[in-house]
Design a protein around this ligand. Structure first.
Ligand code: SIN
Length: 283
């Protein structure tokens, strides 16, 4: 097989073929995939049949596993989260609002991987927004305004005992574990620098970012709303449509993502793994 790549038509995404992810990879291939991933934000591998252990073994070649708070992992493979939404479910799709995974952790995950097992015939796309390009194209005035700011991240909106997932838990196959710990908040630089590419990106998202250090609630809300409106323009967004046995790996340091619904009456099943990241670097 020959290692081949093709870029998506948007500013996010590279499709990689000619590599069998169920086999151990040599260091050159690992480095090549790593570079393609961090420079294109989402690496897409079609037609990859992986059982639980070969999936976990593939992931481990790119870093250590992340820790999964508030949701359960599989009994047979403790690093995989099974994201199943049954055909008769009426809950909102898990991850259905723009976010960067576990950004409330001290060291949020660098990568998230999803492997598609059951893909509905309609809907169920995953959307990605390029937060590095969004930073590059901020007005000079906004770049000046956000310089040196830190933002508060917290899991409370979805995962507190009265969070939006807790209210839907009975309807959902994926069991969420709401907790008082979700009310804690963690400060991260609003603009972070990528460890490998050195690119800056806006490290905020509508689910977990709840305030800005040193700003009143109203001022922080206004600033965050202005930034989110900028970041979620169509020109920064890539829509990923799934086929079964696709593995994708995205860089939480440079993209936000969300899971779209639109497949009520059909099952969707994805297996997810996160990889541990670093404490976000300041400018
Ligand atoms: C997630 O936010 O991790 C889920 C994304 C998806 O299911 O498309």
């Amino acid at each position: 097989m020959e290692f081949k790549t093709s870029k998506s038509s948007s500013n996010i995404g590279v499709v990689i073929t000619g590599v069998d992810l169920s086999e151990p990879l040599n260091n050159d291939v690992i480095n090549e995939i790593h570079n393609l991933w961090v420079n294109n934000y989402v690496a897409i591998f079609p037609n990859q049949k992986l059982d639980h252990n070969s999936y976990a073994d593939f992931a481990k070649q790119f870093g250590s596993y992340g820790s999964e708070p508030y949701i359960g992992t599989m009994k047979s493979q403790p690093h995989i989260v099974e994201l199943r939404r049954k055909a008769n479910e009426t809950s909102s799709p898990f991850g259905g609002t723009w976010h960067s995974d576990w950004s409330f952790q001290e060291s949020p995950p660098s990568a998230t991987m999803l492997h598609s097992k059951i893909v509905p015939p309609v809907g169920g796309d995953t959307l990605f927004a390029n937060t590095a390009l969004a930073y590059d194209e901020l007005s000079l005035e906004l770049k000046e305004k956000v310089k040196g700011l830190n933002a508060f991240h917290s899991a409370k909106l979805p995962y507190a005992k009265d969070g939006f997932y807790a209210l839907e838990n009975e309807k959902r196959t994926l069991k969420i574990k709401p907790s008082n710990k979700a009310n804690e908040a963690y400060l991260h630089p609003l603009v972070r620098v990528h460890k490998d590419t050195k690119r800056k990106s806006l490290f905020i998202n509508p689910v977990y970012t709840i305030g800005v250090e040193g700003m009143s609630e109203v001022d922080a809300f206004n600033l965050l709303s202005e930034l989110f409106e900028h970041m979620l323009q169509d020109k920064y967004i890539y829509r990923h449509s799934w086929k079964p046995n696709m593995l994708i790996m995205w860089d939480n340091r440079s993209v936000m993502h969300m899971a779209e619904g639109g497949y009520d009456g059909h099952e969707r099943l994805m297996h997810r793994i996160t990889l541990a990241g670093e404490t976000p670097l300041k400018i």
